[in-house]
Design a protein around this ligand. Structure first.
Ligand code: AMP
Ligand code: ZN
Length: 459
């Protein structure tokens, strides 16, 4: 098996990936289903999909667990000035939080499918794992890491060895209260809620040893990952914003409960940005997959666009750049429609492809290899198709469905008729035929050797 190198945020190094067992366990933080996910979020999910597809391509068996946050994610990172995002959405849309969760979970799954993101092995809504969370918190409490205040049960971060190790937080230099107000009952400014007591207006609440309430945001990922992947698993992923708070606190929870950092490799996707600002709801600069579809973009063009930058660098979103990606993808499709059935694959290209993937998922290089293959005149059509279809196992750009298109008889008949009309100088009628063919996806080009027709669009 080829050696895969991935960048581990925990060690700040590119490391050779060594799995714990025969099945690779991956946990990825899923969406908060209070609204449509935006294309910034999907950049992270597509990066994770590439990782999973790469592992499978290299021959690993993968178990992928993703949570759905449908309770407990507050509008601010402190525990008393914010409100549960689900409740805000419920009020906005005059629905119950359960209806909100159901609606946006379905929308999320639809967008995932349209971006060709492989389905997680387990997709776990937080609200279906409340008991697992309670058990996890009990363990933390039994080990002496938790304390009760008027807001609920909190984790004492001063008891965690190297709290903030993932983000390399230097607590001595951080100013308490600089970013967020600190509740006076907290023992340490970085302590966070494991369980929150519910005010009466909090519709989602459950009984627990710490009173009726709801879980803090971070505990769902600890409880769900441990339940399905064990106390320590292989890879934990998310966006870079998760490094200083969410993943830092997941690590603290696992250390408190089991004395262990829960994953060996921590991988983080950089932001999709617009200019110098990250794409985000609070920034007011988001696009959804649905928005782009309405503008005439295909979701797979967005997927292609994501691959134009390495996942650890920022990617600037513009509609022009997306249009460029869509044109590039369409050109690849056109080539594929002229290529015959696949034959053997030249090793040198296969090796290049694997090398690019194994070098921390270098997708811009993979795209460059795709174009190299297309332009390489020493390759036969069958070899080209074989390679492109092989690459598509990881790219997931729909290459396989772009089969060679034979020109049907009705198109040929119309072309002959058009030629006849042109000879008779009846140009308006000839143009009408050309236009009709164009609408059906057939583009006519007049060349010195006569008209050529090719299929340019799947309608
Ligand atoms: P959330 O629903 O806010 O928890 O975010 C879901 C995922 O999207 C997380 O892994 C975030 O880190 C990631 N994310 C949020 N904004 C962006 C962005 N602008 N670019 C890339 N990933 C993002
Ligand atoms: Zn998480």
């Amino acid at each position: 098996m080829a050696k895969l190198y991935i960048y581990n945020t925990l060690t700040r190094k590119k490391e050779e990936f060594k799995p714990l067992g025969s099945e690779v366990g991956i946990y990825t933080c899923g969406p908060t289903v209070y609204d449509y996910a935006h294309i910034g979020n999907f950049r992270t999910y597509v990066f994770e999909d590439v990782l999973i597809r790469t592992l499978r391509y290299l021959g690993y068996k993968v178990k992928h667990v993703m949570n759905i946050t449908d309770v407990g994610h507050l509008t601010t990172d402190d525990e008393f000035s914010g409100e549960d995002k689900m409740l805000v959405a419920a009020r906005r849309e005059r629905k119950s939080p359960w209806e909100i969760a159901k609606f946006y979970t379905e929308a999320f799954k639809r967008d995932m499918r349209s971006l060709n993101i492989s389905e997680p092995t387990i997709l776990a809504p937080a609200t279906e794992h409340i008991q697992d969370m309670i058990e996890f918190i009990k363990r933390i409490e039994r080990n002496g890491y938790a304390y009760m205040i008027s807001l609920g049960l909190f984790l004492d971060t001063s008891k965690i060895p190297n709290y903030g190790i993932l983000a390399r937080l230097d607590l001595s230099k951080l100013k308490p209260g600089a970013r967020l107000p600190v509740h006076p009952e907290k023992r340490n400014p970085w302590d966070f809620a494991l369980w929150l007591k519910a005010p009466p207006e909090h519709i989602m609440q459950w009984d627990s040893p710490w009173g009726r309430g709801y879980p803090g945001w971070h505990i769902e990922c600890s409880a769900i990952s441990t339940k399905y992947l064990g106390e320590v698993f292989d890879i934990h992923c998310g966006g870079v914003d998760h490094i200083p708070v969410h993943h830092t606190n997941e690590i603290a929870q696992s250390q408190a409960a089991y004395g262990k950092i829960p994953a060996n490799y921590w991988m983080h996707g950089e932001f999709l940005v617009i200019g110098d600002r990250r794409m985000g709801k609070s920034e007011g600069n988001i696009y959804t997959v649905e928005d782009l579809k309405k503008m005439g973009f295909t979701p797979l063009a967005l997927r292609y666009f994501y691959f134009t930058a390495h996942y650890r660098t920022k990617l600037n979103f513009t509609l022009e750049a997306l249009r460029g990606a869509q044109n590039a993808l369409e050109k690849i499709y056109q080539h594929l429609r002229e290529l015959p059935e696949p034959t053997g694959m030249p090793e040198r290209y296969l090796n290049k492809f694997k090398q690019a993937l194994c070098d921390d998922l270098n997708m811009p290089r993979v795209l460059a290899i795709v174009w190299e293959v297309i332009k390489d005149d020493s390759l036969s059509g069958g070899e080209k198709r074989a390679l492109l279809e092989e690459f598509d196992k990881v790219l997931g750009l729909g290459f396989v469905s772009q089969k060679k298109v034979e020109v049907p008889d009705w198109v040929r008949e119309l072309l002959t008729k058009r030629e006849q009309l042109r000879r008779e100088r009846r140009y308006a009628e000839a143009d009408a035929i050309r236009e009709r063919l164009r609408k059906e996806g057939w583009e006519v080009q007049d060349t010195p050797d006569g008209p050529r027709v090719r299929y340019v669009k799947v309608t």
